[in-house]
Ligand binder design. Structure first.
Ligand code: PMP
Length: 393
């Protein structure tokens, strides 16, 4: 039986990581994989996470199962963190999931159960897992224009025009903040226009928010999600704690589904059912860490302060890189790097020039020219700027 299996394509980012490891050049720079790294190149455990884990270790007296939806206390703190007061609690069904990827997967499966004919409209480009999981669960995906390769901002007119062609009941998948891979985001006026279109055409909003706190701040980054959830009839929100709590390997995510009051209990049953079919009980440790932090004012303040340091360090690197490129290229054409938000920027060049930067200068970025800003430090910024200018980007 197993001999029937076909080889799967290698994951581009994992292949890039392997090539980086094998490169003997001392000045090589890794801008590939999407994890936060500090100036020393480390992905540290946050202070509040360490403290929460210490408390859990001391106080936890059972490892028995929790519940199919995870701990309700976790859902409550996450609803408050992401949605704030934007929508009545009675309208929200929620389940803990293995990471944000698990939340995205369960969301697509929920769509499949509710309306297998729905098309899911995704930005071009989007996080590649969106497209591959959609294909795997058997839902059709349709790309809408998003990244403007001239300005490296959002092609908003193109986006609206493409979404205008969506049919009633279709799902519009949006990145809540810090768009991956481009770093280009809508402003709130544009979000309002998208909300109006969703309502006019009876579409369903789905928001993937994996970087809250990495863009303009914890509250700022939640504004778009809250605008949507306060204005539409149905919405799905997939959240991840991997980045903003730095607990990548703990697999901590949440799926929230917003419907009419009267429908919430059936929606909740369906979310529980999907967890049961796929993995039964969701992982607990990371969720417990997050709940411990968010429920304790002092721990929460310490976490928010450390997250803010992380955010500002990335913003500082963006500004330094944009300035360095301005000096080295003698033009303002790279100003978009300081406008982009989150961990990534797509510089908008060809796979050939990305490869040239790797071969000539030891710069590793994904072939679509996405670079992880957190992979830089004050010393490597000028090296990257030189590589970009030398390659003729
Ligand atoms: N959505 C997007 C857009 C992402 O970039 C990521 C992280 N790469 C995720 C979801 C989920 O990440 P995780 O499963 O590690 O929580």
């Amino acid at each position: 039986m197993l001999s029937n299996l076909k080889a799967q394509p290698a994951d581009k980012i994992l292949a890039l990581m392997a090539a980086y490891r094998e490169d003997p050049r001392p000045g090589k720079v890794d801008l590939g994989v999407g994890v936060y790294k500090n100036a020393g190149g480390l992905t540290p455990v946050m202070r509040a996470v360490k403290e929460a884990e210490r408390r859990i270790l001391a106080e936890q007296d059972s490892k028995s199962y929790v519940g199919l939806a995870g701990d309700p206390a976790y859902s409550n703190v996450m609803i408050e963190l992401i949605l704030g007061e934007s929508v009545a609690r009675e309208r929200i069904a929620a389940v803990a999931t293995p990471g944000g990827t698990g939340a995205v997967r369960q969301a697509f499966e929920l769509i499949k159960l509710a309306n297998p004919n729905a098309k899911v409209h995704v930005s071009n480009p989007t996080w590649p897992n969106h497209v591959s999981i959609l294909k795997y669960v058997g839902l059709e995906s349709v790309a809408y224009r998003y990244f403007d390769s001239e300005s490296r901002g959002v092609d908003f007119a193109g986006m609206l025009e493409d979404l205008g062609k969506a049919s009633e009941g279709d799902v519009v998948l949006l990145h809540g903040c810090c768009h991956n891979p481009t770093g280009a985001n809508l402003n709130l006026t544009q979000w309002q226009q998208v909300v109006d279109l969703i309502n006019e055409k009876n579409l369903v909003a789905m928001i993937d928010i994996a970087y809250q706190g990495f863009g303009d701040g914890l509250e700022e980054d939640a504004k778009a999600v809250r605008l949507v959830t306060s204005s539409v009839a149905n919405a799905l929100v997939a959240g991840s704690c991997s980045k903003n709590f730095g607990i990548y390997r703990e697999r901590t995510g949440i799926l929230m589904a917003i419907s009419a009051d009267a429908e919430t209990s059936v929606v909740q049953q369906n979310l529980n059912y999907l967890n049961r079919q796929n993995f039964s009980f969701p992982p607990d440790h990371g969720a417990r860490v997050v709940t411990t932090i968010l429920s304790d004012p002092a721990l929460r303040a310490d976490w928010a302060a450390e997250l803010e340091e992380v955010r500002l360090s990335m913003l500082g690197l963006r500004e330094q890189l944009a300035e360095e490129l301005r000096e080295q290229s003698g033009s303002d054409r790279f100003g978009f790097i300081a406008q982009h938000r989150g961990m990534f920027s797509q510089i908008g060049t060809t796979p050939e020039l990305v490869e040239k930067m790797r071969a000539d200068s030891g710069i590793y970025m994904v072939s679509d020219s996405r670079m992880n800003i957190a992979g830089l430090n004050a010393q490597t910024v000028p090296i990257l700027a030189k590589a970009i200018v030398d390659a003729g980007v």
